[in-house]
Design a binder for this molecule. Structure first.
Ligand SMILES: [Zn+2]
Length: 184
């Protein structure tokens, strides 16, 4: 489980999403008749990573968690940006299947999976990018998808913050409050 340094609602949302990733993986093991911790679990994870487009994103993310990168030794796709093997695995991660929940705007599940990936491998992104995605987690988890205009307004407000502030804020309301003091 990833402890999100900024805490607050984004950290709670990330824990909740990570719990669904683990639950989904356990049911996936049952579907394939594989025992957790057995060698077959790693084989199954290899199979998922070999064709990410055939599986749900939670299954793909759980599979990546279970495989070490042969080059950098971190979780596959979770090494430093610039590890070619991880960069490639992280790219394939996004080919996975995303199914919107009923009664949520199309694209909400995509937003949630991207925000989750950023929050779980935050060292691969800049302070402003991870600020936007991590603050978006609780919003997306509640089934809301910010409009393009809203997302642009959030981004403009985040750009007025220092990197230190970007790491500390826990909500878009806080970002708006800090940025409004900056003027234009
Ligand atoms: Zn790596």
């Amino acid at each position: 489980m990833t402890a999100l340094p900024r805490g607050g609602r984004p950290a709670k949302a990330l824990s909740a999403v990570e719990a669904t990733i683990e639950t989904r993986w356990r049911s996936f093991l049952v579907e394939y008749g594989v025992t957790a911790g057995a060698k077959e679990e790693a084989d199954l994870a290899e199979m998922v990573v070999a064709d990410t487009s055939a599986f749900e994103w939670r299954v793909v993310d759980a599979a990546l968690d279970r495989l070490p990168c042969a080059d950098c030794g971190n979780g596959l796709g979770a090494g430093p940006a610039g590890c070619e093997n991880c960069d490639r695995a992280d790219g394939f991660r996004f080919a996975a299947i995303e199914t919107d929940k009923p009664a949520t705007p199309p694209g909400t599940e995509h937003g949630l999976r991207v925000a989750t990936a950023v929050a779980r491998t935050r060292h691969r992104y800049g302070a402003r990018a991870r600020c936007g995605f991590e603050l978006g987690l609780p919003v997306l988890l509640s089934g809301e998808l910010p409009s393009t205009a809203q997302a642009q307004a959030y981004r403009a407000a985040i750009n007025k913050l220092t990197e230190e502030e970007c790491e500390r804020v826990t909500s878009f309301e806080e970002v708006a409050c800090l940025s409004s003091r900056r003027g234009r």
